[in-house]
Design a protein around this ligand. Structure first.
Ligand SMILES: [Zn+2]
Length: 142
């Protein structure tokens, strides 16, 4: 079967496709990590491999807390992509001083509110073209 990149909206996680492959490998292990600049200590989300503060390209991966709070969210009830069950909740979650844009996995969006506690819950999505599993960052009500 041929593979059409235009039909695959998900990031490719392997080392041959992204310098962030270590991030995705940790994600597959259930770890939420990001990059910290070795030059100035800046922590960023999403992970970066070039520091906008001090222009260093030396980084280390650090684990983030698995708990966060909802900073804001929206609920998509119509136009849900094939393969997903709605409604979909997209949120900005405050985690360890960072703001992470990610879905919240819940069947009861009405129970969500700004300030509600959520926990990291990586979600497995479609495998990559070579059959390797892929995961994305997501949260669920704590
Ligand atoms: Zn820096």
């Amino acid at each position: 079967m041929s593979y059409s990149r235009a039909l695959d909206p998900l990031p490719l996680h392997s080392a041959e496709h992204t310098k962030h492959h270590e991030f995705y490998a940790r994600l597959a292990e259930g770890r939420l990590t990001t990059s910290r600049c070795r030059g100035c200590g800046r922590l960023d989300w999403p992970p970066r491999l070039f520091c906008p503060e001090c222009a260093s390209d030396a980084f280390e991966w650090v684990d983030l807390p698995s708990d966060g709070t909802v900073h804001g969210f929206t609920v998509q009830e119509t136009g849900v992509p094939v393969g997903f069950s709605g409604p979909l909740v997209f949120a900005i979650v405050k985690v360890g001083g960072l703001r992470i844009f990610a879905p919240i996995l819940t069947r009861d969006p009405a129970a969500l509110a700004v300030g509600v506690r959520v926990r990291f819950a990586p979600v497995r999505v479609a495998d990559d073209p070579k059959g390797a599993p892929r995961h994305l960052v997501a949260f669920e009500p704590a």
